[in-house]
Design a protein around this ligand. Structure first.
Ligand code: ADP
Ligand code: ZN
Length: 750
């Protein structure tokens, strides 16, 4: 049957629908709805006439056309049932208001691009084949002038078949490079038919539910009860790393499926999806297609298929990162947010929503149970437990009976200044790695790169320039040659020598993975070392392959960034070393200590997951820092108590809502001037309880060629910040050459 087709001759209808047009900032028009069009409802995707052409949109609701006005009729309804379920329409409207963004932006998240474009027939993919390896001279030229093209060529050169899918090379963003190579005759680009299974080529051996231990059984019982009662009060599952949270999720999901309802599972980011995905695919292997995977690296065709499989109820479990939160799971019974503290749940471009927070709302709208799981819950969630909004479930013991690893804090200040190790590797850690390698065991080394090489630190005593009023590290501003606090605006001169130990070596810190890799190769020439960072993992399956190799012990040392700190389970790892625990502390961010604590605790959880006991070594210049000491003792409660007290005293989240207002422009004066104007208007418009900081250049003062100026706002009401903020931004008008963003509940202060 053809879904609701209307002809142009439809007589003027008695009712009309209000349609939100695609791709325009909340342009809403009314269209006449023919009486014989029962299929159209709120959330329907429709085709409508607009200025002589046909465009698409989403029905927001019905409206009564004023008498005498002849509305143009809808052209066509794109499906029999509304594509966007009512609960997701509510979610979109609520989120748009909360985050002060157009509803259209939220709808765009809910109905992904391939679904909007309705590319049913898209069943081919682009394959890039190496035809010819360039001469040396041409290659050198490419290396220097078009490094991306050179990278594509090298990649194809190393590929076993000499050809790769464009999506594996980086997708549409590398298409221009591939086209250039095609014109030069080095590669060809072909269309190839594909099976659109994102997990194609992988097989999943069915897994049986494990008999649960007491803590797991108790947690499961609470979750099952909530799902059955359709109680959407969030359950915070605080379980130490290795306590068997995933097994609890699997059994809870099973139960919900048996009750004929659907499950949504959110995982932090693509890097983690494979392991969790594989565990779900295995457990539900008996029902092929039951588990749908959603992530942004999938091809359009894959996304289209998975989305429709979920929408039609064929797939009843959806797994994915942040954006999977909008998956149209039918009869939703349970939402699981794994590693709920993870900052990747916050989207860092517009709409800047928080996946966990919207998941909580979605559960409420749909009457689903929701579990937020973590070994190191966010202070937001712990605060909500204290406030009685969330219920706490705890699992304090490792499921496999293993002990938590012994953690040693290594004080880098007392290290001899040995040139060979560049202050990167202490003698204790070097010895530790050496011992493990000799014993045929594996090592994970973490290089914290969350930090931002703009804080000032003394290598002799660990002193960091900190704001006296905010207890946050101050940021060095080269233009003024001053240290400035980004919360209160306090300025200080840059000390020539360390105020604490009078040492003269005070410097801006910072150090990259590649430098560390080179050092490690010199120290351990025989070890098989693999670096993992954003540069290495641009290719779709690179991380998965590396992790597989590590698991199979074809790699001895894994050196990586945050990416390797979470969720991974390698029985052969007996030593985890954290090279620079401080870097994450020295960022101007109210959550710096929290993030450092979480990172250290998570990474420590990677050690000793097998038969052998694990050990963790944390190198630091600040051995007394609370984040480090509490992580050493795996003491989440102790840390939370201390940090919450501090946040309350400072009036930081979760005791307030904090928003960041940023103005960007290629012209510095324009950015500064616009923010100043906005700041003055906001001060006048906002209630006096709202704190607003003086406008300043952002810690990341210039990015992508644009100068960035910002100020922060704090209020007990996010609504006040969003409403008044959006109003004043609109009143200022979007000037030529400036971009203004308001980030409600901000997680990034750069
Ligand atoms: P978490 O997600 O809390 O870090 P996992 O679910 O990864 O923990 O479990 C850690 C390890 O313990 C895994 O190898 C898992 O198979 C095992 N495990 C989980 N539950 C049980 C159980 N009830 N009995 C035995 N082993 C278990
Ligand atoms: Zn300050």
């Amino acid at each position: 049957m053809q879904a609701g087709l209307f002809s142009e001759e439809t007589p003027p209808a008695a009712r009309a629908v209000r349609v939100l047009l695609d791709g325009m900032q909340d342009r809403v028009f009314d269209y006449a709805l023919p009486t014989d069009a029962p299929a159209v409802g709120r959330g329907s995707r429709v085709e409508i006439p607009l200025r002589g052409r046909t465009t698409t949109g989403t029905v927001l609701g019905f409206s009564e056309p004023p008498p005498g006005v002849a509305l143009r009729p809808l052209r066509r309804c794109l499906s029999e049932e509304p594509e966007v379920p009512p609960a997701l329409m509510d979610l979109a409207e609520w989120a748009a208001q909360y985050y002060a963004v157009p509803v259209e932006q939220m709808i765009r998240c809910i109905v992904p691009e391939p679904v909007r474009r309705e590319r049913h027939e898209e069943k081919t993919r682009k394959m890039v084949r190496l035809l010819q390896w360039p001469e040396d001279e041409a290659l050198n030229k490419l290396n220097s002038r078009a490094p991306r093209q050179a990278a594509v060529l090298r990649y194809l050169h190393n590929s076993p078949e000499g050809r790769e899918a464009l999506s594996d090379l980086g997708g549409s963003s590398v298409l221009p490079s591939c086209r250039a190579l095609e014109r030069a005759g080095y590669v060809s680009i072909e269309e190839e038919a594909v099976r659109r299974d994102p997990a194609a080529g992988e097989s999943f051996a069915p897994s049986e539910p494990l008999p649960l231990n007491g803590e797991q059984a108790a947690a499961l019982e609470q979750i099952n009860a909530a799902a059955e009662a359709r109680d959407s009060r969030p359950l915070l599952l605080q379980g130490v790393t290795g306590s068997g949270k995933t097994e609890v999720y699997l059994q809870a999901a099973q139960k919900v499926l048996e009750a004929g309802r659907g499950v949504l599972i959110l995982v932090p980011e693509i890097s983690l999806t494979p392991q969790t995905m594989a565990r779900f695919k295995s457990r539900f292997a008996a029902t092929p297609g039951a588990v749908a995977i959603l992530h942004s690296a999938m091809s359009d065709g894959e996304r289209f298929d998975e989305w429709h499989a979920i929408r039609r109820g064929r797939a009843r479990i959806a797994i994915g990162p942040r954006s999977a939160l909008f998956a149209p799971v039918q009869r939703l019974g349970l939402i699981i947010v794994d590693e709920e503290h993870d900052s990747s749940y916050k989207q860092e471009n517009s709409p800047r929503y928080h996946g966990r927070d919207l998941a909580v709302l979605r559960a409420k709208l749909e009457g689903a149970a929701i579990v937020l799981g973590s070994a190191t819950p966010s202070l937001e969630s712990l605060y909500n437990v204290q406030a009685g909004k969330y219920r706490l479930l705890r699992m304090d013991h490792r499921a496999d009976g293993q002990r938590l690893p012994i953690t040693r804090v290594l004080d880098m200040r007392s290290e001899p200044k040995d040139k060979r190790y560049l202050g990167i590797l202490s003698e204790r850690l070097r010895q530790g790695i050496d011992d493990r390698l000799h014993a045929g065991q594996q090592v994970i080394l973490l290089l914290n790169r969350r930090g931002f090489a703009r804080a000032l630190q003394c290598p002799d005593c660990g002193y960091t320039a900190t704001c006296a009023q905010c207890s946050l590290p101050m940021t060095y501003h080269a233009t003024e040659n001053r240290l400035i606090c980004h919360v209160c605006g306090y300025r200080a001169v840059v000390p020539r020598q360390c105020p604490d130990c009078k040492g003269g070596g005070i410097l801006l810190e910072g150090c990259g993975t590649q430098k560390v890799e080179a050092l490690l190769r010199r120290c351990f020439p025989k070890a098989r070392l693999q670096r993992v960072d954003a540069d290495v993992t641009v290719r779709k399956n690179a991380l998965r392959d590396i992790l597989e190799n590590f698991r199979a012990h074809r790699i001895d040392i894994l050196l990586g960034t945050q990416m390797i700190s979470k969720g991974l389970d390698f029985p052969g790892v007996t030593l985890v070393g954290v090279l620079n625990a401080d870097l994450g502390l020295n960022v101007p961010d109210p959550r710096a200590a929290e993030r450092t604590f979480q990172l250290l605790t998570q990474v420590a959880g990677r050690a000793g997951r097998g038969e052998l006991d694990g050990e963790v070594m944390i190198q630091t210049y600040n051995p007394q820092a609370a984040a480090i000491q509490f992580a050493r003792r795996h003491d989440t409660d102790g840390f939370a108590e201390k940090e919450l007290a501090l946040r309350q005293q400072m009036y930081f989240p979760p005791y307030c809502h904090m928003a960041v207002l940023t103005v960007r422009s290629e012209q510095e004066e324009l950015a500064a001037f616009s923010l100043d104007t906005l700041y003055r208007r906001l001060r006048a418009a906002l209630p006096p309880q709202v704190l607003i900081t003086e406008p300043l250049p952002a810690p990341l003062a210039k990015a992508y060629g644009q100068f960035r100026y910002q100020c922060t706002l704090r209020s007990s009401s996010a609504r006040v910040l969003a409403d008044i903020g959006a109003r004043e931004i609109a009143a200022l008008g979007a000037g030529e050459g400036i971009t203004i963003t308001l980030d409600i509940d901000a997680y990034s202060f750069l």
